[in-house]
Design a protein around this ligand. Sequence first.
Ligand SMILES: Nc1nc2c(c(=O)[nH]1)N[C@H]1C(S)=C(S)[C@@H](COP(=O)(O)O)O[C@H]1N2
Ligand SMILES: [Mo]
Length: 331
Amino acid sequence: MKPYSPPYIPASEITPKDTFENRRAFLQKAGFGVAAGTIALLNHPVRAAETAVKSPIIQPVGAGKKIAQYKKTAFGAEEKLTSYEDVTTYNNFYEFGTDKSDPAKNAKLFKTQPWAVSIEGEVKKPKIISLEDIIKLAPLEERIYRMRCVEGWSMVIPWLGIPLAKLIQWAEPTGNAKFIEFITLNDKQQMPGQNLPVLDWPYVEGLRMDEAMHSLTMLAVGLYGEQLPNQNGAPLRLVVPWKYGFKGAKSIVKIRFTEKMPRTSWMKAGPREYGFYANVNPNVDHPRWTQSSEKRIGAGLFAGRIKTQMFNGYAEQVGQMYAGLDLQKNF
Ligand SMILES: Nc1nc2c(c(=O)[nH]1)N[C@H]1C(S)=C(S)[C@@H](COP(=O)(O)O)O[C@H]1N2
Ligand SMILES: [Mo]
């Protein structure tokens, strides 16, 4: 991949106070203590200081880099948000471990800068686009989406991103492109979970072209007004609110246009349990549990389960794409 260096959120958009606080928080978390003088006592003071300055995206939970400019939209404004803490500490990101608390712990030092995405397959010509250039394709906007994991829990998350359609238009797919594959970084050094045969690595997900072009489908670079925390798929992940969470591939490095339906990592792991469509559907149970209800994370010990809605409640917007498709067979 072609290397590039500029940070994707210009430093000018970050207030000096944020910069200071984040750096201090990072140093603290990294065990360097708070006072600047403490750094000089370390064996490699210069390297320590450099790491802190050069890795603005590495940060402890709750001290993310603010994204200064984005459009607030009314989308989802009526929803009660899941807390930042729950959104960033209860995660599925198997590359960093299979427990919900693993990604927040194990992804701290994950390097997401520089970052670029390779655009391949059925396109006029293959290209590489930097993260910086991706966020220039359209104004960043905030949208609040309900998210439903196939495991039976859900959250409400204020995402920041651009419509995936903007990148697809830029990519110039050929007439043969019927599907798109999204491929996560493959890096056993940085992603300890990839040393275990939990899934066929790298993580691969896919969408049909019309699903990918749908205005609800986002490429997210942030949440809660901040750059994506590493555990949530930094620096760039897919968000498809009417499908089970596993469709939302994290830390994407390749986007491949294909003629044939991609075989995704979850389809390979359990073809009877995880279909290509993965539309949220209370009428099609997972072979091992019901999909008719869900637990809203953070709702409290005594909150009951919520009834799961068809297409996660987005049927009005997306239902038309599946007219005539047998949703029992094509789960
Ligand atoms: N690369 C990658 N992407 C992934 C996963 C994963 O393990 N690896 N897990 C998926 C699943 S099952 C869910 S529910 C969502 C969780 O996203 P969140 O942790 O940001 O809520 O990420 C999806 N994307
Ligand atoms: Mo999930």
